[in-house]
Design a protein around this ligand. Sequence first.
Ligand SMILES: [Zn+2]
Length: 187
Amino acid sequence: MFDVWRSMVARCENPKATHFKDYGGRGIVVCDRWKEYPAFFADMAWDYAKGLTIERNDVNGRYDPMNCRWISRSEQALNKRTTLRVEFRGRRMAFVSAWKASGALVNLRTAWSRYSRYGWDLERALTGAPMKQGRRRKEGRCGNGHLLTATSTFISRRSGRVNCKACVSANTARYRARLLSQPEAQA
Ligand SMILES: [Zn+2]
């Protein structure tokens, strides 16, 4: 936890620190109380666990007891990815803002994987019904109606389930097209 504190202070106050330009350089500061490690420890140790990382709720706000919480690395990675800018109802905004604006009907991780991994269109990724309530499959067809045969399918090594080749390649193509159309997506 001391290392977390030390890097937090460094990226806000030391122009030579690795990420200074994204923190101190953007006006992000550490509150006066937290300039001393014991005070930081007193405020934050109670729910700290090894490997957690400190996150500000308001990304433009400072490091202080009201604005900070501990999150896991995978949650942090999700938060970073979902700053990807998208066109939502006529306005450009971060994916996470679109998710909030849509009412956060599905959880963020689900919405993000629908959009980025499965290639759903944005509106449906954010507001669509949970996948489990999806349409019922016809016998011998995938969810999108492709005929399932020995040559049109493969067994996923990861899930062990039968995958439809036509759907997988369509999703992959949509995902690639989306990445290529958004050069600023490179984080
Ligand atoms: Zn299919």
